[in-house]
Write a protein that binds this ligand. Structure first.
Ligand SMILES: NC(=O)c1ccc[n+]([C@@H]2O[C@H](COP(=O)([O-])OP(=O)(O)OC[C@H]3O[C@@H](n4cnc5c(N)ncnc54)[C@H](O)[C@@H]3O)[C@@H](O)[C@H]2O)c1
Length: 255
């Protein structure tokens, strides 16, 4: 992506303190966006900022995406700093829990639903309301949203019932929201990655890593940067005719 591709557009990335969120923040910053790195861990968000060429152009903020008031504070802070609300959004905050279905607890189920599904919904709603505030009529491209689903929502492996349910919800939410927002100049899409080497998957153990690698014709796990490339493309005007798409990034493991 050219260094001025985003021409000082403000981008909000939740979960920007780690994994695919961090990789996306770094690529957006390289492509000229002003990046609001928002994460449950402020320290992690700050660390992402420290990896950028011009950290003073960007912002690191603590947020819990499950709390509407916290999300509203982030949008307000971005507006204060840049004089305009963010026009690009990546919902990368997420949690994964594996558990036999019959052992899943209500507390764990609530957490997975609240972060992955409610969080994606709430952040998108607050972001779009701020973007549309005071604006009248249709413009060709006002902003773009990318959500992160998962190929797990398609394959639906065992021990992941709560997680796959939320990710299937993210895909359905993306499509409905996209259909409603396209004529307001806001494109909404999602990516569905296969297993990506991030802190989320770091603890899965060598035998499972080998099994996942063997399922991909490339023989390896994905890298966060490889998903970030697709996310950044979906945020850019180069994907101007893509609306409600769910782009699989799988190394051929799921076709
Ligand atoms: N890693 C994979 O194999 C994989 C595959 C498919 C989809 N995904 C999805 O991609 C997204 C990013 O995953 P990752 O692998 O980069 O994970 P990660 O664990 O490296 O990063 C997730 C980030 O989200 C943040 N977060 C968690 N709860 C939050 C909350 N309530 N509010 C704000 N931030 C919060 C964490 O602090 C962390 O920095 C997630 O939605 C995940 O479900 C991951």
């Amino acid at each position: 992506m050219a260094p001025d591709a985003f021409n000082s557009q403000v981008a909000l990335v939740t979960g920007g303190g780690s994994g695919m969120g961090r990789a996306t923040c770094l690529q957006l910053a390289q492509a000229g966006a002003r990046v609001v790195v928002a994460d449950l861990s402020e320290e992690a968000a700050r660390h992402t900022l420290s990896l950028m060429a011009n950290p003073e152009h960007h912002l690191a903020l603590q947020v819990d995406v499950t709390q509407q008031s916290a999300v509203e504070r982030v949008i307000a802070a971005a507006r204060d700093r840049y004089g305009k609300p963010p026009s690009l959004l990546v919902n990368s905050a997420g949690v994964m829990r594996t558990s036999p279905f019959l052992d899943e607890t209500e507390a764990r189920l609530d957490r997975v639903i609240n972060v992955n599904l409610k969080g994606t919904f709430l952040v998108t709603q607050v972001f779009i309301k701020a973007l549309l505030e005071g604006e009248r009529g249709a413009v060709e491209e006002r902003g773009a949203v990318v959500n992160i689903a998962s190929t797990a929502a398609k394959v639906c492996p065992p021990l992941m019932a709560s997680y796959v349910a939320t990710k299937a919800g993210v895909i359905a939410f993306t499509k409905s929201c996209a259909a409603e927002m396209a004529n307001k100049g806001i494109r909404v899409n999602c990516v569905a990655p296969y297993v990506i080497a991030t802190p989320m998957t770091a603890g899965i153990g060598e035998p499972l890593v080998r099994e996942y690698c063997n399922r991909s014709p490339l023989g390896r796990l994905g890298r966060p940067e490889e998903v970030a490339e697709v996310i950044v493309f979906l945020l850019s005007r180069r994907s101007s005719y893509m609306v409600g798409a769910c782009v699989e990034v799988t190394g051929g493991a799921v076709m």
